[in-house]
Design a protein. Structure first.
Length: 226
């Protein structure tokens, strides 16, 4: 188990690639197997901060983006509400998980107010987005896509689609009652794009959101930069 995991985490996927071609950079995703519960800790061998099952609160299959590893055993992941937007640690030897990889990654630049989807470092899509306002800034750090949801199931204000992230908003606006999860979603106002106007979420056009919904798997890494 340990050697298989170490190989997965250190060797990029090379299936069907010509021998002379450099392997495409990929990111590891840890999926909680159906019927299992895994323990998340504050640090390797540290105190327990949460135990999570195979489904998220929205009913999606739980996919944890792996940010880092330690000793070929411990996986640093992000899970909303467990680490204050910091990584928590999963013991890969404890079982209950399977792995996949994706070459895709999302990066949000708060200064430029842009979102970029890349594959192995090559830009596939670049879009202007709305970000958190001055008093409710979008949190920065390394996160992952946890759920892909239909906006109409929640409110017209979310547009067509919601990509929920493993980030939470510690600086909610006064009187806000919409919850503290950070997401990439639509908006009722196209004037949001390129502006700092939200309660912390990233606002994107519906056409771009549909592309992201089709393209990125759960667990895709999302880096939000200042």
């Amino acid at each position: 188990m340990g050697s298989a995991l170490l190989a997965l985490l250190t060797v990029a996927a090379t299936a069907a690639a010509p021998r002379a071609q450099a392997p495409e950079p990929t990111h590891v995703i840890a999926h909680v197997r159906s019927g299992n519960v895994v323990t998340l800790r504050a640090r390797p061998d540290g105190p327990v901060v949460a135990r999570v099952g195979a489904l998220t609160r929205f009913g999606s299959h739980r996919a944890l983006g792996v940010v880092a590893t330690e000793r070929g055993r411990w996986l640093a992941v992000t899970e909303p509400g467990t680490g204050g937007n910091r990584v928590v640690w999963l013991d890969a030897r404890a079982g209950g998980i399977r792995y996949s990889r994706t070459p895709l990654a999302i990066e949000v630049d708060l200064s430029d107010r842009t979102l970029v989807l890349s594959r192995g470092g090559k830009v596939l899509r670049r879009m202007s987005v709305g970000v958190g306002a001055f008093d409710s800034p979008t949190p920065t750090g390394s996160f992952a896509v946890t759920d892909k949801l239909a906006g109409a199931n929640f409110s017209a204000a979310y547009g067509c689609c919601i990509l929920a992230l493993s980030a939470v908003q510690p600086n909610l606006p006064d009187g806000w009652a919409g919850g503290n999860r950070i997401a990439i979603h639509g908006t009722l106002s196209s004037s949001d794009f390129g502006q700092a106007v939200s309660a912390g979420c990233v606002h994107a056009p519906d056409s771009e959101l549909r592309y992201l919904m089709r393209s990125v798997p759960l667990g895709t890494p999302v880096v939000i930069r200042p």
